[in-house]
Design a protein around this ligand. Structure first.
Ligand code: FES
Ligand SMILES: [Fe+2]
Length: 394
């Protein structure tokens, strides 16, 4: 285990759910290790631990800035089991709040919308886009309007949540004490310093609902082993002898390859990052910034894969594609843009079929976490270990 202080209460809770063996295997050598026990994929109690200890204490991707381009745009999101809203205020600043009224606790915003003010559907308390309480109708009796110039104070204004943006991406940290986003992303940005991320623009997103546990999405994402049998097109594009198994640099998994020939959807037909060196023109890199921000970097794109747990066996996955400059929006690149989205859609669906089988297989009382390939699956094994480490970390 990394040197860190652990909270004994959470060590006990993890051990009581996974069993001593299930806990210990996470710290064993890959030759001896297995995957996480079935409980980690089916238990509500385990998912609550992940929400509270992993998602709320980390940076979580909450969407693209381009999804809320105008002042007053509001997007509700659930992060770590907490209902939140992401708001673009009157000054264009992206803010986050808990999506709950300070009166009786009604959920304020149910779907994406544009508002000048946020009005609670229950007794009509009215909030500014900066979270300040603005008015409480009839609070002191019929017809009596309780008004506020600069908010009503910390007991009645909306409760803010920490938000940072990075090149059009919005991140949320519910606990408020994660390191700055720029530092958290540095293992990714340091490895891609020749890519000018200020040039990326949001080109669209794909949404999937998957009947599997959210962790399986990333365990699958990290190992190339399944490409042999699951992804015939990808196999042709990047033959397996060009691939390594990747590794972790602190909290960031990374891997890369050089592909022999650019293809539609990856490197051909769309503008590349400005000033990208020739050596990177046929290179693909992929990252997972723990716990859930996966990014694939190709010469013509920055594609994000994020999954959000809904239930132990239900996951919402989003793929956000960023292209370079006008390629993201101009009509001239419509066809190529479609190809990129289609490529990701096809690939993701190939994976989803397997993810659902993995979830079903974990109903088997005979399955003990399995045997892992020391060549391909050490990073996947480490992902499970990181989940445990984050849950028990003080
Ligand atoms: S719960 Fe929101 S105004 Fe009463
Ligand atoms: Fe895959």
């Amino acid at each position: 285990m990394d040197v860190q202080t652990t909270d004994p209460e959470y060590v006990d809770r993890v051990k009581s759910l996974l069993g001593d063996d299930g806990y210990q295997q996470a710290f064993a050598d890959i030759e001896e290790a297995s995957g996480l026990p079935n409980t980690a994929y089916w238990s509500n109690e385990w998912l609550s631990l992940e929400q509270e200890r992993v998602f709320r204490r980390s940076w979580v991707f909450a969407g693209a800035e381009a999804e809320i381009p105008a002042a007053g745009d509001i997007k509700p999101v659930d992060i770590g089991g907490a209902p939140l809203i992401i708001v673009r205020d009157r000054n264009g600043i992206v803010r986050g709040f808990h999506n709950v009224c300070r009166h009786r606790g009604a959920k304020l915003v149910q779907e994406k919308c544009n508002r000048s003010y946020i009005t609670c559907p229950y007794h009509a308390w009215n909030y500014e886009l900066n979270g300040n309480l603005r008015a409480r109708p009839h609070f002191h009796g019929p017809g009596k309007m309780d008004k506020f110039e600069n908010g009503g104070g910390e007991k009645v204004d909306l409760i803010p949540v920490r938000v940072e943006t990075w090149n059009g991406c919005i991140f949320v940290n519910v606990s408020g004490n994660a390191e700055p986003v720029e530092d958290w992303l540095s293992p990714l940005t340091n490895r891609t310093s020749s890519y000018d991320y200020s040039s990326i623009r949001w080109a669209g997103k794909l949404d999937f609902e998957i009947r599997s546990n959210w962790k399986l999405v990333y365990e699958n994402y990290m190992e190339g082993y399944h490409v042999f049998s699951v992804h015939p097109k990808l196999l042709k594009f990047a033959p397996m002898n060009l691939r390594g198994s990747g590794e972790w640099d602190r909290h960031v998994f990374y891997n890369d390859y050089v592909f022999p020939e650019a293809d539609e959807g990856r490197g051909s037909g769309l503008p590349h990052y400005p000033g990208l060196p020739e050596k990177d023109a046929q290179r693909g890199l992929w990252f997972l910034c723990f716990p859930h921000f996966a990014a694939e970097v190709y010469p013509d794109q920055f594609t994000i894969l994020v999954s959000y747990p809904i239930a132990p066996d239900l996951t919402r996955e989003e793929l956000h594609v960023f292209l370079i400059g006008e390629a993201a929006t101009s009509n001239a690149y419509q066809k190529e843009r479609k190809s990129v989205l289609k490529m990701w859609d096809d690939l993701t669906r190939e994976d989803i079929g397997m993810l659902e089988l993995l979830q079903q297989g974990r109903l088997s009382p005979a399955y003990d976490g399995g045997r892992l390939s020391p060549h391909w699956e050490a990073p996947t094994h480490q992902f499970g270990r990181r989940i445990i480490e984050k849950i028990v970390a003080a």
